[in-house]
Design a protein around this ligand. Sequence first.
Ligand code: SIN
Length: 319
Amino acid sequence: MADLTTQFLELPVKNPLMNASGVWCSVASQLEALAESAAGAMVSKSCTLHPRDGNPEPRYRVFGHGGPKENKVCSINSMGLPNEGFAYYLRYAQRHDHENKPLFVSISGLTLDDNLTMVDSLKDAVTPAILEVNLSCPNVPGKSQIGYDFDAMDTLLAEVSSGYQRPFGVKLPPYFDMAHFDEAAEILNRYPLVAFVTCINSIGNALVIDLESETTLIKPKDGFGGLGGDYVLPTALANVNAFYRRCSEKTIIGCGGVKSGTEAFLHLLAGATLVQIGTSLYEEGPGIFPRVLDELAAIMDDKGYKTIADFRGKLKTIA
Ligand code: SIN
């Protein structure tokens, strides 16, 4: 039977699966369910310094395209960072059993100062929680994604590095151009404390329209929202592999389009160390983890891989 154990920043992890931030991680009862689930690690909802209600409903919709045979699971969201505020997630982190599984605390400050205030508090708190700075929320009206503003990203990484002085990670938006992969990677590589990179957040500002009612699926931002699920898998794999190739000192977390062992395997093959599940976790709940782990183990067994290290990052290209 395949060995699914892995390591993340030298921490032993039971398996490579975890939730995507925003899914099943906004309140303590959900975080506790993740802690008890088969996931190897978990991340809390990207939080702001103060609690937020987020955008008006409906703000998250799952939809399928391609007919029943294709069985596509896609989502669009414009949540707008509804969350309980940083102090809430810090309190959860202080009582979380980090030996059971690593906990990432994701922050998404509305300003640089808010981010630095949260970073300071996390640094001062006695918790082994791992900091992730979300540079890629597409859903706050009037705020653009820091990951698409390379000067702002550089400034933020410099400030967080000097304030936090411990390894941390960033959640990136998807990039679509080789020049942008190069430029983003070059900036990330300036900061050795950026130990991991999560690729990708949703594909921002998509528009899904219901044919019958001729209406957008979600209400905020005139229906524009972040795309997740099946549609984003190839973009997610491209970003995982692009940063795996360019950031050899950093660990990559893959996110996007994972609904079975197949997509989890592909993320690992492209270079991810951990693999997040978003849309399908939202649909199935934490019971998805044992299913995907069984499917991943079966694929590894079929291919004769005994450990994840046997194939992680070993994507072949055509000569
Ligand atoms: C949201 O709350 O709008 C989603 C967060 C994100 O995409 O980073």
